[in-house]
Design a protein around this ligand. Structure first.
Ligand SMILES: *Cc1c(COP(=O)(O)O)cnc(C)c1O
Length: 395
């Protein structure tokens, strides 16, 4: 799709994006840049990708009309049910795409980094599916905090390697993964889990996730006799589920795009992940984007009750959507998200991931017309968050 909101040749979205990497990584990234579009547009590739999305992931996911939620907010509210994907979230759409690319490039060894473990699980899953070696880097502290996901990865045959430097969290795991990639340029493919990283990753991941909005257009036509909703709402960690659900609406300026960040304990509490408000231009993970940082440009440790939104930057596409005001950015606190999660459970019988509950909480902040069609991307299911719900609500 040729859109002014898409990456240009060099991977820039306006002033954001690009390829800011150490020289030693250049050949790896360049190989991918030269081949990703050609390979992913081959009919054989597309056929295999779509067939796995259908038979293995369970796509298309339903676009569900949430009647009781619609009554409450006085608008037509639809939920895009990415929570029903295999492994419980949208992340698998992207890892399927990247593992097929890795195979076509002849790579035998897959590496990834993970914070909460969700991307690690999605990567370990597709490696098991394809019989490829899988090494997941994870901060030592995250390994303790996310024990069930560590067990899942191991059961799926992956090796989980602890990152023991710095704050022992996601950014340190990312550094380790990049170091590994530099040392193993020939046989290794690095699967990144969101629309972040050096070009071509943000564009590549957005394309793999764009199946979400492609399906919505078809499904909305069936339900409402029109392709475009009035609003699309999604939470933003790095921004891959939002990129996927916005993608085919980017140039439809009548479709309002709402990007929801985690305000944690309050935007200015010092414990937050509201990057669009708190961030400044900087370089993280090989791309230029908005980033939470100290005065000397060191990355600030973000906070959110939802591990998937606990990221100090946003992908360059979203920095550009913020900059151009194409998307409206709102932020939602831990408390607001938890209440919205409980509300969805009790009004529709769906327990959402706490990440997705942030998108739902935004319904409170907007005034809709009764005929407005609102699509909320339900990025994942809440099983992984049950302990957090139990502790929060004393269930
Ligand atoms: C990882 C995750 C997110 C955040 O990642 P994005 O790249 O911003 O989509 C949101 N929801 C769920 C369920 C996740 O697992």
């Amino acid at each position: 799709m040729n859109s002014k909101y898409n990456a240009n040749e060099k991977g820039f979205y306006g002033q954001f994006g690009g390829t800011f990497i150490p020289e030693m990584l250049y050949p790896n990234v360049e190989e991918l840049r030269l081949k990703y579009l050609e390979i992913s547009q081959e009919p054989e590739f597309k056929k295999e990708f779509m067939s796995l999305l259908k038979e293995y992931v369970g796509r298309p996911t339903p676009l569900y009309f949430a009647k009781r939620l619609s009554d409450k907010y006085n608008a037509k509210i639809y939920l895009k049910r990415e929570d029903l994907c295999h492994t419980g979230a949208h992340k698998i759409n992207n890892t399927i795409g990247q593992i097929l690319l890795a195979k076509r490039l002849g790579k035998q060894r897959i590496i990834a980094e993970t914070g909460a473990g969700q991307h690690g699980v999605a990567t370990a899953t597709v490696c098991a599916l394809m019989g490829l070696q899988c090494i997941v880097y994870m901060g030592e502290i995250d390994i303790e905090r996310q024990a069930p996901n560590v067990a899942r990865m191991k059961m799926l045959g992956a090796e989980v390697r602890p990152a023991t430097s710095g704050s022992k969290t996601l950014k340190d795991a990312t550094n380790e993964a990049i170091r590994d990639w530099i040392n193993n340029p020939e046989d290794t493919f690095y699967i990144i889990g969101s629309v972040v990283g050096p070009h071509p990753y943000p564009d590549m991941v957005a394309r793999f996730q764009s199946v979400i909005s492609e399906e919505i257009k078809i499904q909305l036509l069936e339900h409402e006799n029109r392709e475009n909703p009035d609003y699309v709402i999604a939470c933003v960690g790095g921004g891959s589920n939002a990129a996927g659900v916005f993608y085919h609406f980017l140039d439809e300026e009548n479709v309002k795009l709402l990007a929801i960040e985690a305000a944690g304990k309050g935007i200015y509490s010092g414990e937050s992940a509201a990057t669009s408000v708190l961030g400044k231009m900087g370089i993280i993970h090989g791309s230029k984007t908005l980033l939470m940082q100290t005065e000397d440009g060191q990355i600030t440790e973000p906070y959110s009750i939802s591990a998937g939104l606990d990221y100090p930057g946003i992908g360059p596409l979203h920095a550009h959507l913020f900059d151009t005001k194409r998307a409206e950015f709102l932020s939602v606190t831990d408390d607001e998200a938890m209440q919205a999660g409980m509300e969805l459970a009790q009004s529709e019988g769906i327990i959402p991931a706490i990440e997705s509950a942030h998108a739902l909480a935004a319904l409170e902040n907007k005034k809709f017309d009764p005929n407005d069609i609102v699509v909320v991307n339900l990025s994942g299911r809440g099983d992984k968050d049950l302990n957090t719900y139990i502790n929060y609500f004393k269930l």
